[in-house]
Design a protein around this ligand. Structure first.
Ligand SMILES: *Cc1c(COP(=O)(O)O)cnc(C)c1O
Length: 389
């Protein structure tokens, strides 16, 4: 099978035990395990509210939709975002008839605060910050800018399950972001099949999420009026054209089984990253590394390097049974976002030079040495050691 970029590592027996509980109880849908997971995730992260969803994408769509409604934003208003992300991030803006304005990334591959500030107009309403690869980048500075200009801050934390600041706190929690959205998709750090979590410290937002994610159904008025005999249990009000975004107990059970291992797995990912970095330390002119600032203990969803002839290296590694990835092609390369093509030089450079090396629990130190040796051989011997440009 060769060495794959990602491979989920499941605590199989613990997962099966959770799923068995759901099946025996006859409760696989929303409630039961989803509520247990929300409680566990709040405890783990420090977010005041957490609502379990069927994906991070659903969460991002709902985050923009909800803020747009609550804050009274108009169609055509702007949200500043990064071109270097999975398209869910930017589709969340377009889906809500708003305009994604692309700011550039910095050496952390996250949004550059200076570029964010330069892109603010009188139509800017929010910033979506992507913690690329688990990195927090200069989120603190972006937060300050949002505060100064009265902008909302949404974090796409798809890569950030388990990322912490040096003091142990979680990015986005303690009021840092208005909304933080995680992904528990199959190859993310807390893998399920597909699911995600939308988190906030704002009770009103959480209440709206719960309605919007379930077709706009609101049971509250009737549950409040419900008498002992359970009359009105079947009655509910509908306030929105909502979506069907809620998570289910089967997926939540798997997340509950995996959560106790998240910190352990992420620690191993950081060890893998250090091993790669050690191997590449001798080649600073040929291999560019991504900056992780001191304050960030990254979940290390990704280990990325910059190289010349990335596509050639990719083919060479594939020929040697190693299968890396690219995170990401600049979204401005896609026709629907091509209005911003060429406007973000660092993101464009990354788009053309970045490669993600295999990163998962079954990679050994020996594998890292083997992969690194192939990378070095390609760049030094086959490409003649030309400088990164
Ligand atoms: C995976 C990913 C998403 C989407 O997550 P899903 O749970 O699959 O919807 C969004 N943003 C980024 C950066 C991602 O990597």
């Amino acid at each position: 099978m060769g060495i794959q970029l990602f491979k989920a590592n499941f605590a199989v027996e613990a997962c099966l035990k959770q799923v068995r509980e759901c099946l025996e109880k006859g409760w696989t849908g929303m409630g039961f395990k989803t509520v247990e997971l929300e409680e566990a995730w709040k405890e783990y992260t420090g977010h005041k509210y957490a609502y379990y969803l069927n994906s991070n994408t659903a969460g991002l769509y709902m985050a923009v939709d909800t803020l747009k409604e609550v804050c009274g934003w108009d169609n055509g208003d702007e949200i500043i975002s990064t071109p270097l992300t999975f398209i869910s991030t930017n589709h969340a803006i377009a889906k809500n008839n708003m305009n994604a304005v692309f700011a550039d990334v910095d050496d952390t591959l996250c949004l550059d605060p200076q570029s964010v500030e330069e892109h603010i107009t009188d139509k800017t309403r929010a910033v979506i910050f992507v913690g690329l690869g688990g990195n927090t980048g200069r989120l603190g500075e972006v937060k300050k800018i949002c505060k100064n200009y009265g902008l909302k801050l949404i974090i796409d934390a798809a890569h950030m399950a388990g990322t912490r600041y040096r003091d142990g706190s979680i990015p986005g929690a303690n009021g840092e972001a208005d909304i933080t959205v995680y992904s528990f998709q199959a190859v993310k750090n807390l893998p399920t099949g597909d699911s995600g979590m939308i988190c906030t410290d704002d009770a009103e937002l959480d209440e709206i999420f719960r309605k919007k994610a379930w077709l706009g159904i609101n049971k509250d008025t009737y549950t409040r009026a419900m008498n002992k005999e359970g009359t009105y249990k079947w009655k509910y009000n509908v306030e929105y054209v909502g979506d069907k975004y809620n998570g289910n107990s089967i997926m939540a059970g798997i997340a509950l089984a995996q959560l106790p291992f998240l910190d352990r797995d992420n620690a191993y990912r950081r060890t893998l990253a250090q091993w790669y970095t050690d191997e590449f330390a001798q080649y600073p002119n040929q291999i560019g590394l991504v900056t992780v600032l001191d304050d960030c203990i990254s979940s290390r969803h990704l280990y990325q390097i910059f190289v010349n002839d990335r596509d050639g290296l990719m083919m060479y590694l594939n020929a040697n049974d190693v299968y890396p990835g690219v995170h990401y092609m600049s979204n401005t390369e896609y026709s629907m976002y091509s209005y911003a093509k060429g406007s973000c030089v660092n993101a464009d450079f990354a788009s053309n030079h970045i490669i993600s090396l295999p990163m998962h629990m079954e990679i050994s130190h020996k594998d890292v040495k083997y992969i690194a040796k192939l990378v070095v051989k390609y760049l030094m011997d086959i490409r003649g050691g030309e400088r990164l440009k």
